[in-house]
Design a protein around this ligand. Sequence first.
Ligand SMILES: Cc1cc2nc3c(=O)[nH]c(=O)nc-3n(C[C@H](O)[C@H](O)[C@H](O)COP(=O)(O)O)c2cc1C
Length: 189
Amino acid sequence: MPTSRPLFIPIILGTPRHGRRSEHVANFMVAELRKREGVETVLIDIRTLAFPITDAGEAIKDAQFSATVMRADALVLVVPEYNHGYPGLLKHVLDTNLKEYIHKAVGICGVSAGGFGGTRVIENLLPVMRELGLVTIFWDGNFSSVQNIFDATGTLVDQTYLKRIDKFIKELLWMARVLRYGRENIPRE
Ligand SMILES: Cc1cc2nc3c(=O)[nH]c(=O)nc-3n(C[C@H](O)[C@H](O)[C@H](O)COP(=O)(O)O)c2cc1C
C-alpha cells in the first residue's frame, strides 16, 4: 500500500576502508530497495564525507548530509564488525545530526568475515540508535562470511540473501510508513 509520495530511505555505507566488502552489501541493498514500488534511495558513502576530527557532533555539521537525513523517512546502516564494534568513523559521522533522526526507522545490516553476521556490532549499535531518536526494526541483515556471499566484482553468489533481505525490507517499509504517519499526523503533546 504505497503512500502518495515515495518513501526516501538512504543507505549509509559505514566504513571508509580500502577493499571494504561492506560496499558490496551496500550496493546490493540499494539495488533491492530500488526494486520496491514507492521507494527512493541514495547511497551515502562515509568515505566521501570530509568531517574534521578536531571537533565532534553538531558543531561540524555537513549541510548536504544533514539535509539528506532530514528528508529521509528511514535509514539503512551497512556496518562491518570491527573487533565486535562499529567503525569509529561511522559514529563520528552519525553524531553530526540529532533532530534529523527523530522518529525515523532504521534497519541495520551487519557485515562480518566470521560466522555471526555482524550480530555483535548490531547489538552494540542499538543503544546509539535509541539515543539518536531512531526507531530500530526487529529484523536485521546478517551478512556472515561476506567473502562467500559476493564475488570479487560484487555480484551476489549466494541467492538465499534475496529472500532473507526481503523480510528486512518489508518490515523497514512498514515501520517507515507508520512513523511518517505519526510524524505528520499525531501531535507530540
Ligand atoms: C579492524 C578490523 C577488525 C575486525 N574484526 C572482526 C570481528 O570482530 N569479527 C569478524 O567477524 N570480522 C572482523 N573483521 C573482518 C571484517 O568483518 C571483514 O573485513 C568484512 O569484510 C567486513 O568489513 P569490510 O567492509 O571492512 O571488508 C575485522 C576487520 C577489521 C579491519
